[in-house]
Design a protein around this ligand. Structure first.
Ligand code: UD1
Ligand code: UDP
Length: 375
Protein backbone atom coordinates (compact mmCIF):
# COMPACT_ATOMS: atom_id res chain seq x y z
CA UNK A 1 0.00 0.00 0.00
CA UNK A 2 1.22 3.51 -0.79
CA UNK A 3 2.07 5.73 2.17
CA UNK A 4 -0.52 8.48 2.70
CA UNK A 5 0.70 12.05 3.14
CA UNK A 6 -1.73 14.73 4.26
CA UNK A 7 -0.67 18.32 3.54
CA UNK A 8 -2.52 20.90 5.66
CA UNK A 9 -2.88 24.62 5.00
CA UNK A 10 -5.19 27.36 6.17
CA UNK A 11 -4.19 30.83 5.04
CA UNK A 12 -3.04 32.57 1.86
CA UNK A 13 0.69 32.28 2.58
CA UNK A 14 0.30 28.64 3.67
CA UNK A 15 -1.40 27.85 0.38
CA UNK A 16 1.25 29.60 -1.73
CA UNK A 17 4.11 27.92 0.13
CA UNK A 18 2.70 24.38 0.23
CA UNK A 19 1.57 24.52 -3.41
CA UNK A 20 4.99 23.66 -4.93
CA UNK A 21 5.25 20.70 -2.52
CA UNK A 22 1.72 19.46 -3.23
CA UNK A 23 2.31 19.64 -6.98
CA UNK A 24 5.57 17.69 -6.70
CA UNK A 25 4.16 15.15 -4.24
CA UNK A 26 1.31 14.46 -6.64
CA UNK A 27 3.91 13.49 -9.25
CA UNK A 28 4.96 10.64 -6.92
CA UNK A 29 2.68 7.80 -8.01
CA UNK A 30 3.84 5.70 -5.06
CA UNK A 31 2.58 8.25 -2.49
CA UNK A 32 -1.10 9.08 -1.91
CA UNK A 33 -1.23 12.84 -1.37
CA UNK A 34 -4.19 14.55 0.25
CA UNK A 35 -4.61 18.31 0.68
CA UNK A 36 -6.68 19.40 3.66
CA UNK A 37 -7.54 23.06 4.15
CA UNK A 38 -8.75 24.31 7.52
CA UNK A 39 -10.43 27.25 5.81
CA UNK A 40 -8.94 29.65 8.40
CA UNK A 41 -8.99 31.93 5.34
CA UNK A 42 -11.72 31.52 2.75
CA UNK A 43 -11.58 33.69 -0.39
CA UNK A 44 -7.86 34.43 -0.05
CA UNK A 45 -7.02 30.75 0.34
CA UNK A 46 -9.16 29.62 -2.59
CA UNK A 47 -7.71 32.38 -4.74
CA UNK A 48 -4.13 31.31 -3.92
CA UNK A 49 -4.73 27.60 -4.59
CA UNK A 50 -6.51 28.39 -7.87
CA UNK A 51 -3.41 30.11 -9.21
CA UNK A 52 -1.57 26.80 -8.85
CA UNK A 53 -4.45 24.75 -10.27
CA UNK A 54 -4.89 22.87 -6.98
CA UNK A 55 -8.18 21.96 -5.28
CA UNK A 56 -8.38 20.68 -1.71
CA UNK A 57 -9.53 17.15 -0.94
CA UNK A 58 -10.99 18.24 2.43
CA UNK A 59 -12.16 21.64 3.62
CA UNK A 60 -12.92 22.16 7.32
CA UNK A 61 -14.46 25.60 6.53
CA UNK A 62 -13.70 27.07 9.95
CA UNK A 63 -13.47 30.78 9.01
CA UNK A 64 -15.77 33.23 10.78
CA UNK A 65 -15.61 37.00 10.57
CA UNK A 66 -13.95 38.41 13.67
CA UNK A 67 -12.62 34.97 14.63
CA UNK A 68 -10.45 34.73 17.74
CA UNK A 69 -7.26 32.74 18.08
CA UNK A 70 -8.98 30.42 20.56
CA UNK A 71 -11.80 29.82 18.09
CA UNK A 72 -9.49 29.00 15.14
CA UNK A 73 -7.44 26.71 17.37
CA UNK A 74 -10.32 24.78 18.91
CA UNK A 75 -12.47 24.55 15.78
CA UNK A 76 -9.56 23.39 13.62
CA UNK A 77 -8.27 20.92 16.22
CA UNK A 78 -11.63 19.21 16.65
CA UNK A 79 -12.43 19.01 12.94
CA UNK A 80 -8.91 18.02 11.92
CA UNK A 81 -8.82 15.25 14.48
CA UNK A 82 -11.93 13.73 12.90
CA UNK A 83 -10.32 13.95 9.45
CA UNK A 84 -7.18 12.24 10.73
CA UNK A 85 -9.28 9.46 12.19
CA UNK A 86 -11.10 8.96 8.90
CA UNK A 87 -8.12 9.32 6.55
CA UNK A 88 -5.40 7.66 8.65
CA UNK A 89 -2.44 9.46 7.02
CA UNK A 90 1.10 8.19 7.61
CA UNK A 91 2.48 11.73 7.73
CA UNK A 92 1.11 15.26 8.17
CA UNK A 93 2.91 18.19 6.52
CA UNK A 94 2.34 21.92 7.05
CA UNK A 95 4.33 25.11 6.66
CA UNK A 96 5.24 28.17 8.65
CA UNK A 97 3.68 29.67 11.71
CA UNK A 98 -0.04 30.16 11.31
CA UNK A 99 -2.52 28.81 13.83
CA UNK A 100 -3.59 26.18 11.29
CA UNK A 101 0.01 24.95 11.13
CA UNK A 102 0.44 24.76 14.90
CA UNK A 103 -2.87 22.92 15.21
CA UNK A 104 -1.95 20.51 12.39
CA UNK A 105 1.20 19.60 14.33
CA UNK A 106 -0.73 19.22 17.58
CA UNK A 107 -3.47 17.10 16.01
CA UNK A 108 -0.85 14.85 14.39
CA UNK A 109 0.97 14.57 17.73
CA UNK A 110 -2.20 13.53 19.56
CA UNK A 111 -2.65 10.72 17.03
CA UNK A 112 1.07 9.78 16.99
CA UNK A 113 1.38 10.62 13.28
CA UNK A 114 4.80 11.97 12.22
CA UNK A 115 4.68 15.68 11.41
CA UNK A 116 6.98 17.40 8.88
CA UNK A 117 7.45 21.17 9.16
CA UNK A 118 8.16 23.30 6.11
CA UNK A 119 9.80 26.69 6.83
CA UNK A 120 11.11 25.60 10.21
CA UNK A 121 13.51 27.53 12.42
CA UNK A 122 12.53 31.18 11.85
CA UNK A 123 12.90 32.97 15.16
CA UNK A 124 12.76 36.36 16.83
CA UNK A 125 14.03 37.07 20.33
CA UNK A 126 10.59 37.21 21.94
CA UNK A 127 7.85 34.63 22.03
CA UNK A 128 5.11 37.24 21.67
CA UNK A 129 6.45 38.98 18.59
CA UNK A 130 5.18 38.40 16.00
CA UNK A 131 2.04 37.37 17.85
CA UNK A 132 1.02 34.56 17.89
CA UNK A 133 3.30 33.30 15.09
CA UNK A 134 6.50 33.11 17.15
CA UNK A 135 4.78 30.79 19.65
CA UNK A 136 3.23 28.78 16.82
CA UNK A 137 6.53 28.01 15.15
CA UNK A 138 8.42 27.29 18.37
CA UNK A 139 5.69 24.90 19.55
CA UNK A 140 5.52 23.26 16.11
CA UNK A 141 9.27 22.58 16.24
CA UNK A 142 8.78 20.60 19.46
CA UNK A 143 6.52 18.20 17.59
CA UNK A 144 8.08 17.93 14.13
CA UNK A 145 9.99 14.81 13.13
CA UNK A 146 11.44 16.46 10.00
CA UNK A 147 12.32 20.17 9.93
CA UNK A 148 12.71 21.85 6.54
CA UNK A 149 14.87 24.87 7.32
CA UNK A 150 14.74 27.51 4.57
CA UNK A 151 18.10 29.14 5.37
CA UNK A 152 21.34 28.50 7.20
CA UNK A 153 20.24 30.87 9.96
CA UNK A 154 17.01 28.91 10.44
CA UNK A 155 19.06 25.72 10.61
CA UNK A 156 21.31 27.26 13.27
CA UNK A 157 18.27 28.38 15.26
CA UNK A 158 17.01 24.79 15.30
CA UNK A 159 20.41 23.40 16.31
CA UNK A 160 20.51 25.94 19.16
CA UNK A 161 17.25 24.39 20.37
CA UNK A 162 18.94 20.98 20.41
CA UNK A 163 17.10 19.64 17.37
CA UNK A 164 19.14 16.82 15.88
CA UNK A 165 20.97 17.80 12.65
CA UNK A 166 19.85 14.51 11.07
CA UNK A 167 16.24 15.62 11.42
CA UNK A 168 16.84 18.91 9.57
CA UNK A 169 16.97 19.44 5.82
CA UNK A 170 18.30 22.79 4.59
CA UNK A 171 15.77 23.06 1.80
CA UNK A 172 15.43 26.75 0.93
CA UNK A 173 12.03 28.38 1.10
CA UNK A 174 9.23 27.09 -1.12
CA UNK A 175 8.15 30.73 -1.61
CA UNK A 176 11.08 31.06 -4.00
CA UNK A 177 9.96 27.98 -5.95
CA UNK A 178 6.53 29.61 -6.16
CA UNK A 179 7.69 33.06 -7.22
CA UNK A 180 10.18 31.70 -9.75
CA UNK A 181 7.41 29.54 -11.14
CA UNK A 182 4.95 32.39 -11.63
CA UNK A 183 7.07 35.52 -11.99
CA UNK A 184 8.55 34.50 -15.32
CA UNK A 185 5.07 34.23 -16.78
CA UNK A 186 3.39 37.35 -15.37
CA UNK A 187 2.96 40.68 -17.03
CA UNK A 188 3.62 43.94 -15.32
CA UNK A 189 0.45 45.04 -13.57
CA UNK A 190 1.19 48.72 -14.01
CA UNK A 191 -1.01 49.27 -17.01
CA UNK A 192 -2.47 52.76 -17.13
CA UNK A 193 -0.58 54.14 -14.13
CA UNK A 194 1.72 57.09 -14.64
CA UNK A 195 4.86 57.53 -12.58
CA UNK A 196 6.45 55.34 -9.96
CA UNK A 197 4.29 52.90 -8.02
CA UNK A 198 4.72 52.13 -4.36
CA UNK A 199 3.04 48.84 -3.47
CA UNK A 200 1.88 48.60 0.14
CA UNK A 201 0.54 45.68 2.18
CA UNK A 202 -0.20 45.64 5.89
CA UNK A 203 -2.13 43.10 7.93
CA UNK A 204 -0.07 42.05 10.96
CA UNK A 205 -1.82 41.88 14.32
CA UNK A 206 0.93 44.04 15.88
CA UNK A 207 0.05 46.78 13.40
CA UNK A 208 -3.74 46.76 13.83
CA UNK A 209 -5.13 50.18 14.83
CA UNK A 210 -2.71 52.97 15.66
CA UNK A 211 0.42 51.60 13.90
CA UNK A 212 -1.61 51.19 10.72
CA UNK A 213 -2.80 54.79 11.03
CA UNK A 214 0.84 55.87 11.31
CA UNK A 215 1.66 53.93 8.13
CA UNK A 216 -1.25 55.72 6.40
CA UNK A 217 0.06 59.12 7.57
CA UNK A 218 3.44 58.31 6.07
CA UNK A 219 1.79 57.35 2.77
CA UNK A 220 -0.15 60.65 2.65
CA UNK A 221 3.00 62.63 3.33
CA UNK A 222 4.92 60.80 0.59
CA UNK A 223 2.07 61.46 -1.87
CA UNK A 224 2.26 65.18 -1.01
CA UNK A 225 6.02 65.33 -1.38
CA UNK A 226 6.40 63.37 -4.62
CA UNK A 227 3.96 64.33 -7.40
CA UNK A 228 5.24 61.51 -9.64
CA UNK A 229 4.34 58.62 -7.34
CA UNK A 230 1.19 56.58 -6.94
CA UNK A 231 0.34 54.04 -4.26
CA UNK A 232 -1.41 50.70 -4.79
CA UNK A 233 -2.64 49.05 -1.61
CA UNK A 234 -4.28 45.61 -1.87
CA UNK A 235 -6.39 45.35 1.29
CA UNK A 236 -6.29 42.18 3.36
CA UNK A 237 -9.86 40.94 3.91
CA UNK A 238 -9.80 41.46 7.65
CA UNK A 239 -12.39 44.19 8.37
CA UNK A 240 -10.34 45.58 11.27
CA UNK A 241 -7.53 46.29 8.79
CA UNK A 242 -9.86 47.60 6.07
CA UNK A 243 -11.68 50.01 8.36
CA UNK A 244 -8.47 51.87 9.18
CA UNK A 245 -7.19 51.87 5.60
CA UNK A 246 -10.50 53.13 4.24
CA UNK A 247 -10.94 55.81 6.87
CA UNK A 248 -7.41 57.15 6.31
CA UNK A 249 -6.87 56.71 2.58
CA UNK A 250 -10.11 56.36 0.59
CA UNK A 251 -10.18 59.90 -0.66
CA UNK A 252 -6.50 60.47 -1.18
CA UNK A 253 -5.43 61.28 -4.75
CA UNK A 254 -3.07 58.76 -6.37
CA UNK A 255 -3.80 56.14 -3.69
CA UNK A 256 -5.71 53.07 -4.86
CA UNK A 257 -7.19 50.72 -2.28
CA UNK A 258 -7.86 47.52 -4.18
CA UNK A 259 -9.29 44.08 -3.47
CA UNK A 260 -6.49 41.57 -2.86
CA UNK A 261 -5.32 40.28 -6.21
CA UNK A 262 -4.56 36.59 -6.69
CA UNK A 263 -0.99 35.44 -6.40
CA UNK A 264 -0.06 35.76 -10.08
CA UNK A 265 -1.57 39.19 -10.39
CA UNK A 266 0.07 40.27 -7.14
CA UNK A 267 3.42 39.06 -8.50
CA UNK A 268 2.78 41.40 -11.44
CA UNK A 269 2.21 44.27 -9.01
CA UNK A 270 5.44 43.43 -7.20
CA UNK A 271 7.41 43.21 -10.42
CA UNK A 272 6.23 46.58 -11.62
CA UNK A 273 6.59 48.38 -8.29
CA UNK A 274 9.37 50.90 -7.78
CA UNK A 275 9.31 50.24 -4.06
CA UNK A 276 7.38 47.98 -1.66
CA UNK A 277 6.29 48.85 1.87
CA UNK A 278 5.06 45.76 3.70
CA UNK A 279 4.71 43.97 7.00
CA UNK A 280 4.15 40.63 5.22
CA UNK A 281 6.48 37.70 5.79
CA UNK A 282 6.13 36.24 2.30
CA UNK A 283 6.60 39.58 0.56
CA UNK A 284 9.91 40.01 2.44
CA UNK A 285 11.10 36.79 0.79
CA UNK A 286 9.76 37.46 -2.69
CA UNK A 287 10.82 41.10 -3.12
CA UNK A 288 14.59 40.35 -3.03
CA UNK A 289 14.11 37.60 -5.61
CA UNK A 290 12.44 40.16 -7.89
CA UNK A 291 15.00 42.87 -7.13
CA UNK A 292 12.45 45.28 -5.66
CA UNK A 293 13.53 47.17 -2.52
CA UNK A 294 11.28 46.57 0.47
CA UNK A 295 10.83 48.67 3.59
CA UNK A 296 9.64 46.33 6.33
CA UNK A 297 6.87 47.87 8.43
CA UNK A 298 7.78 45.99 11.62
CA UNK A 299 9.98 46.55 14.64
CA UNK A 300 11.42 43.07 14.52
CA UNK A 301 11.78 40.47 11.79
CA UNK A 302 12.41 36.74 11.75
CA UNK A 303 13.75 37.21 8.22
CA UNK A 304 17.00 39.17 8.58
CA UNK A 305 18.50 37.53 5.47
CA UNK A 306 16.91 40.08 3.09
CA UNK A 307 18.27 42.91 5.21
CA UNK A 308 21.76 41.37 5.23
CA UNK A 309 21.54 40.92 1.46
CA UNK A 310 20.82 44.66 1.17
CA UNK A 311 17.33 44.36 -0.35
CA UNK A 312 15.27 45.14 2.74
CA UNK A 313 15.31 47.63 5.56
CA UNK A 314 13.48 47.35 8.87
CA UNK A 315 11.67 50.66 9.37
CA UNK A 316 8.87 49.90 11.85
CA UNK A 317 5.76 52.09 11.83
CA UNK A 318 7.15 55.47 12.86
CA UNK A 319 5.96 57.76 10.04
CA UNK A 320 9.09 59.92 10.14
CA UNK A 321 11.32 56.90 9.61
CA UNK A 322 9.14 55.53 6.80
CA UNK A 323 9.05 58.92 5.08
CA UNK A 324 12.81 59.38 5.43
CA UNK A 325 13.78 55.95 4.07
CA UNK A 326 11.21 56.02 1.27
CA UNK A 327 12.26 59.57 0.30
CA UNK A 328 15.88 58.49 0.11
CA UNK A 329 14.99 55.64 -2.21
CA UNK A 330 12.89 57.99 -4.35
CA UNK A 331 15.70 60.52 -4.73
CA UNK A 332 19.04 58.76 -4.33
CA UNK A 333 19.65 56.62 -7.41
CA UNK A 334 22.79 54.98 -6.01
CA UNK A 335 20.99 53.91 -2.89
CA UNK A 336 18.10 52.66 -5.00
CA UNK A 337 20.39 50.71 -7.33
CA UNK A 338 22.12 49.05 -4.36
CA UNK A 339 18.81 47.93 -2.87
CA UNK A 340 17.35 46.70 -6.14
CA UNK A 341 20.05 44.20 -7.01
CA UNK A 342 18.17 40.90 -7.12
CA UNK A 343 19.33 38.25 -4.67
CA UNK A 344 18.07 34.95 -3.37
CA UNK A 345 18.94 34.57 0.29
CA UNK A 346 15.75 32.57 0.85
CA UNK A 347 16.01 29.80 -1.70
CA UNK A 348 17.08 28.58 -5.12
CA UNK A 349 13.82 27.20 -6.46
CA UNK A 350 14.58 23.59 -5.51
CA UNK A 351 12.98 23.55 -2.06
CA UNK A 352 9.98 21.41 -3.03
CA UNK A 353 12.24 18.86 -4.73
CA UNK A 354 14.38 18.57 -1.58
CA UNK A 355 11.30 18.30 0.61
CA UNK A 356 9.70 15.57 -1.49
CA UNK A 357 13.03 13.69 -1.65
CA UNK A 358 13.24 13.75 2.15
CA UNK A 359 9.64 12.54 2.48
CA UNK A 360 10.35 9.71 0.03
CA UNK A 361 13.47 8.80 2.01
CA UNK A 362 11.41 8.76 5.23
CA UNK A 363 9.13 6.13 3.68
CA UNK A 364 12.03 4.10 2.26
CA UNK A 365 11.12 4.98 -1.34
CA UNK A 366 13.80 5.71 -3.98
CA UNK A 367 14.70 9.42 -3.89
CA UNK A 368 16.85 11.96 -5.73
CA UNK A 369 19.81 13.06 -3.60
CA UNK A 370 19.75 16.83 -4.09
CA UNK A 371 22.51 18.83 -2.35
CA UNK A 372 21.19 21.12 0.38
CA UNK A 373 20.51 24.80 -0.27
CA UNK A 374 23.73 26.74 0.15
CA UNK A 375 22.28 30.13 1.03
C1 UD1 B 1 -3.45 34.99 9.44
C2 UD1 B 1 -2.27 34.40 10.23
C3 UD1 B 1 -1.02 35.24 10.01
C4 UD1 B 1 -0.73 35.40 8.52
C5 UD1 B 1 -1.97 35.92 7.80
C6 UD1 B 1 -1.72 35.94 6.31
C7 UD1 B 1 -2.72 33.33 12.39
C8 UD1 B 1 -3.00 33.53 13.82
N1 UD1 B 1 -2.59 34.45 11.65
O1 UD1 B 1 -3.73 36.25 9.99
O2 UD1 B 1 0.08 34.59 10.62
O3 UD1 B 1 0.31 36.32 8.37
O4 UD1 B 1 -3.09 35.06 8.07
O5 UD1 B 1 -2.65 36.71 5.63
O6 UD1 B 1 -2.64 32.21 11.93
N2 UD1 B 1 -10.85 37.11 6.12
C9 UD1 B 1 -11.80 36.99 5.13
N3 UD1 B 1 -11.50 36.23 4.03
C10 UD1 B 1 -10.32 35.59 3.88
C11 UD1 B 1 -9.35 35.72 4.90
C12 UD1 B 1 -9.64 36.47 6.02
O7 UD1 B 1 -12.89 37.55 5.22
O8 UD1 B 1 -10.11 34.91 2.87
C13 UD1 B 1 -11.16 37.93 7.32
C14 UD1 B 1 -12.13 37.19 8.28
O9 UD1 B 1 -13.03 38.11 8.79
C15 UD1 B 1 -11.20 36.70 9.39
C16 UD1 B 1 -10.16 37.80 9.42
O10 UD1 B 1 -9.97 38.18 8.07
O11 UD1 B 1 -11.88 36.54 10.62
C17 UD1 B 1 -8.84 37.46 10.07
O12 UD1 B 1 -8.31 36.24 9.57
P1 UD1 B 1 -7.27 35.40 10.49
O13 UD1 B 1 -6.80 34.22 9.73
O14 UD1 B 1 -7.86 35.17 11.83
O15 UD1 B 1 -6.09 36.42 10.72
P2 UD1 B 1 -5.06 37.07 9.70
O16 UD1 B 1 -4.79 38.45 10.18
O17 UD1 B 1 -5.52 36.86 8.32
N1 UDP C 1 -0.14 38.06 -1.78
C1 UDP C 1 -1.15 37.92 -2.72
N2 UDP C 1 -2.07 38.93 -2.84
C2 UDP C 1 -2.03 40.05 -2.07
C3 UDP C 1 -1.01 40.16 -1.10
C4 UDP C 1 -0.08 39.15 -0.98
O1 UDP C 1 -1.22 36.92 -3.43
O2 UDP C 1 -2.89 40.91 -2.21
C5 UDP C 1 0.83 36.96 -1.63
C6 UDP C 1 2.29 37.36 -1.56
O3 UDP C 1 2.88 37.34 -2.85
C7 UDP C 1 2.88 36.30 -0.64
C8 UDP C 1 1.75 35.96 0.29
O4 UDP C 1 0.57 36.39 -0.37
O5 UDP C 1 3.23 35.13 -1.35
C9 UDP C 1 1.92 36.65 1.61
O6 UDP C 1 0.76 36.55 2.33
P1 UDP C 1 0.42 37.51 3.55
O7 UDP C 1 1.13 38.80 3.38
O8 UDP C 1 -1.06 37.53 3.68
O9 UDP C 1 0.97 36.68 4.81
P2 UDP C 1 2.39 36.56 5.53
O10 UDP C 1 3.40 36.14 4.52
O11 UDP C 1 2.68 37.87 6.17
O12 UDP C 1 2.15 35.52 6.58
Amino acid sequence: MNPKVMVVCGTRPDAIKVAPVVLRLKESRDIDTMLLVSGQHREMLTQALQDFGIAPDFDLQVMRHGQTLAYITSATLTALDESLEQSQPDMVVAQGDTTTTFVAALAAFYRSIPFAHIEAGLRTETIDSPFPEEFNRRATAQIAKIHFAPTKLALENLLAERINRNDIVLSGNTSIDAIQGVAAGVDSANVGRVGRTILVTTHRRENWGEPQRRICHAIKELIDRFPDINVVLPMHRNEAVRDVLRSELSNVDRVELIEPPGYKEFAGYMRSAYLILSDSGGVQEEAPALGIPVLVLRNETERPEGIDAGNALLVGTDPQRIIMEASLLLTDSKRYAAMSRASNPYGDGLAAQRIVSAIRKWFGLPFDAIPEFRG
